[in-house]
Design a protein around this ligand. Structure first.
Ligand code: ZN
Length: 96
């Protein structure tokens, strides 16, 4: 069984999916049972899962992402430039 420090060090060094199966099993077991580091290290593992998933689907996400129309882009640019013009005014954000 690992200590909390060993688990945290292993998770900070690399993606836990790249670890050897036995080490990964005990690491997951520790994180599931530990009342001290379990909650934090589970979040670290979740973020590693999300990064791995994003990398795997990065290209299809790039092509399927919602796009902003030219009219909306120019409206945003106009709004931003009018806001930066009145930057001295503290209430400028509330007016828009
Ligand atoms: Zn622990």
């Amino acid at each position: 069984m690992f200590t909390c420090k060993q688990v945290s060090n292993a998770l900070s060094r690399e993606d836990y999916e790249k670890l050897p199966p036995t080490k990964r099993f005990f690491l997951k077991l520790h994180v599931k049972l530990c009342i001290f580091c379990g909650r934090f290290n589970r979040q670290v593992m979740d973020s590693q899962d999300m990064c791995r998933h994003f990398k795997a689907h990065e290209e299809e996400l790039f092509y399927n992402r919602p796009k902003l129309g030219e009219d909306r882009k120019s409206a945003l640019k106009e709004m931003l430039s009018s806001q930066s013009a009145q930057s001295g005014d503290a209430n400028s954000a509330e007016k828009v």
